[in-house]
Design a binder for this molecule. Structure first.
Ligand code: ATP
Ligand code: MG
Length: 565
């Protein structure tokens, strides 16, 4: 059995929860409204799960004061978004156990408002239409040690700005001909404040607004406006936005917004042996390195769901890693530990033989079939028992037998005893090999009176092995998944992440399983005794017709053993 998960310390709040508790206590806010704002340009991954657990978790914890968390699709960029992603994101958030209630929003519904705010900035002399090229703008921006230089268009008359912006909107310009810039400070030490672009021309249709717009707001302009419009109190984002915060605040302070949200940054989740950039995940999918967004080797939420990770284990993991301001990499073994730990308690036990070797029980009458009661969970009597047939031929794992076993090998060998899990003790009486020296058959005898009884006096039997009856079995396709990458930091690998794909990340074998397992419903999770946790595949498993099981996680961390880690 694995060691227990260390107790979480519920009393200690992370720095974000502390700020929120402070704001509620001081009366600054009567409640808290958070949001999770995915861009629908890919499937969610385990990093998003951290942000989801944080934002929805805070809303849940403060539900008594009316807190809620908005699910907002950040779909202001017309070029990349797809409806398939919107649906997958909703499914994933629900699967993680969260509910946005009535608070489902699309940032593209606010295009009119962003536009009004842009016009407002122009009329306040705080935005201007830029007609320098992108290259010129870059060259004039300066750098960390040098101030930028003012654009020749910076001091255009207000009326001219309004007219040009209206013409941008009316589609009179080509993409790149002009942009709208906020007029802030070309000498600011924060480059984000050096007259950032806030609107650009894109002659691209949008999935929500069609061709109503050909100018689109930049993320740094739209995001604070979305938050303010929705009365978000605490806008939680990852650390790379820290030096965008002054711009976030500038937009809030200078636009006619109905509320004043506060941006707070936290460290993103990075996992060893894992990549999380949506662009790179898309590449793995599109180039066929994996079998779709829900491939069980991917860190996507749909992938880990199909892999058999319980949502509760993912939530537990997110809680345990906590919220800090320090970027680091979390060992993926910690996530696997939580999955194993949860399944250890919740998953019923079944038997499957992955590398079958036949054993003939020679003193067992050929026609006799016994129904043996086997407990479904060793620590949980409430899980009940199931009946498993036992005849005179069974399958055991090839590596549970050794021709010439050392003293410490407690399983089967010539003349040795072993208990069949939940059933009798058997003694090996011989074995057969084929012409090339491969074992083909084991001969054994059943020790009478050992079913459900302790080991008889004088018999040495120190192990129980799993088995499947050879006349009452089913064949199942078993997919043994391993880490997708063979190095800890695939992003930093020479030759890039594609060069370090683990060639053995998927091994498919045919195993012998208890016949009833073949009829399991898709998504049924269990432990194959002594092997690992498995789940009936949600896509390819057809009950009773084509059993397909995915290995969720091995019983022990076999990877650490292999690499000496
Ligand atoms: P990309 O992979 O293109 O950089 P993204 O992962 O940032 O995109 P978004 O859709 O913008 O995708 O993310 C939605 C939210 O999830 C954001 O608030 C973002 O801060 C958060 N988020 C994304 N990745 C992580 C991560 N690894 N850890 C924690 N939060 C994350
Ligand atoms: Mg992003």
């Amino acid at each position: 059995m694995s060691e227990p998960v260390p107790e979480l310390r519920p009393a200690k709040l992370d720095f974000i929860r502390e700020i929120i508790a402070g704001d509620l206590a001081s009366g600054k806010h009567a409640t808290t409204i958070t949001r999770f704002p995915p861009e629908p340009n890919g499937y969610l991954h385990i990093g998003h799960a951290k942000a989801i657990c944080l934002n929805f978790g805070i809303a849940q914890e403060n539900a008594a004061s009316g807190a809620c968390c908005h699910l907002r699709f950040d779909d202001t960029n017309p070029e990349k978004e797809e409806l398939e992603y919107v649906e997958s994101i909703k499914t994933d958030v629900k699967w993680l156990g969260f509910d946005w209630g009535d608070h489902l929003y699309f940032a593209s519904d606010y295009f009119g408002f962003y536009h009004d705010c842009a016009v407002h900035l122009i009329t306040q002399g705080k935005a201007y239409v830029e007609q320098q090229s992108a290259g010129e703008m870059r060259a004039n921006r300066g750098n960390l040690t040098q101030a930028g230089t003012h654009s020749p268009y910076r001091d255009r008359p207000l009326q001219e700005n309004l007219e040009l912006f209206a013409r941008m909107r009316a589609g009179e310009f080509k993409e790149g001909d002009c942009v709208l810039r906020a007029k802030i400070d070309m000498a600011s030490p924060n480059l984000n404040l050096r007259d950032p672009v806030i609107y650009r021309i894109l002659h691209t249709g949008h999935h929500n607004t069609g061709h109503a717009w050909c100018i689109y707001p930049m993320y740094d302009f739209a995001h604070p406006l979305e938050d303010a419009l929705e009365h978000i109190t605490h806008s939680l984002c990852t650390l790379e936005f820290e030096n965008h915060r002054p711009l976030y605040d500038w937009v809030i302070d200078n636009c006619p917004v109905p509320s004043k949200p506060r941006q707070i940054e936290f460290a993103r989740l990075n996992l060893s042996y894992t990549i999380m950039s949506k662009r790179k995940l898309l590449q793995l999918v599109q180039d066929g390195h994996v079998d779709g967004w829900d491939d069980p080797r991917l860190p996507t939420i749909s992938g880990i769901r199909r892999r058999g990770y319980p949502a509760a284990a993912v939530r537990h993991f997110c809680k345990r890693i906590g919220i800090t301001k320090f970027n680091g990499t979390t060992d993926v073994a910690l996530l696997e530990f939580d999955v194993r730990d949860l399944l250890n308690t919740s998953a019923p036990r079944r038997m499957a033989v992955l590398d079958p070797l036949k054993v003939v029980l020679e003193n067992w009458p050929a026609a006799t079939v016994e129904q043996v009661d086997i407990p479904n969970h060793p620590q949980d009597p409430a899980a009940g028992v199931r009946q498993v047939a036992l005849s005179n031929e069974i399958w055991i794992e090839r590596d549970d037998f050794m021709e010439d076993p050392p003293k410490k090998f407690h399983r089967l060998g010539p003349g040795r005893h072993v208990r069949l899990r939940g059933a009798h003790i058997i003694r090996c009486t011989g074995y057969e090999k084929d012409a090339s020296g491969n074992l083909t058959l084991i001969r054994a005898e059943v020790l009478p009176g050992t079913l459900g009884a302790s080991t008889p006096e004088g018999v040495e039997c120190r192990a129980a092995i799993h088995w499947v009856d050879a006349t009452h079995d089913a064949d199942a396709e078993i997919r043994i998944y391993d880490r997708l990458f063979s190095v800890e930091d695939p992003d930093g690998a020479d030759g890039g992440f594609l060069a370090v794909i683990n060639p053995a990340s998927l091994t498919t074998i045919v195993a012998k399983i208890e016949p009833a397992l073949a009829g399991a419903a898709p998504g049924f999770a269990c432990q194959f005794e002594r092997i690992g946790y498995f789940v009936a595949d949600s896509v390819d498993h057809q009950p009773g017709i084509r059993p397909v099981f995915n290995r969720t996680v091995a019983l022990r961390d076999s990877w650490a053993k292999r690499t000496g880690g």
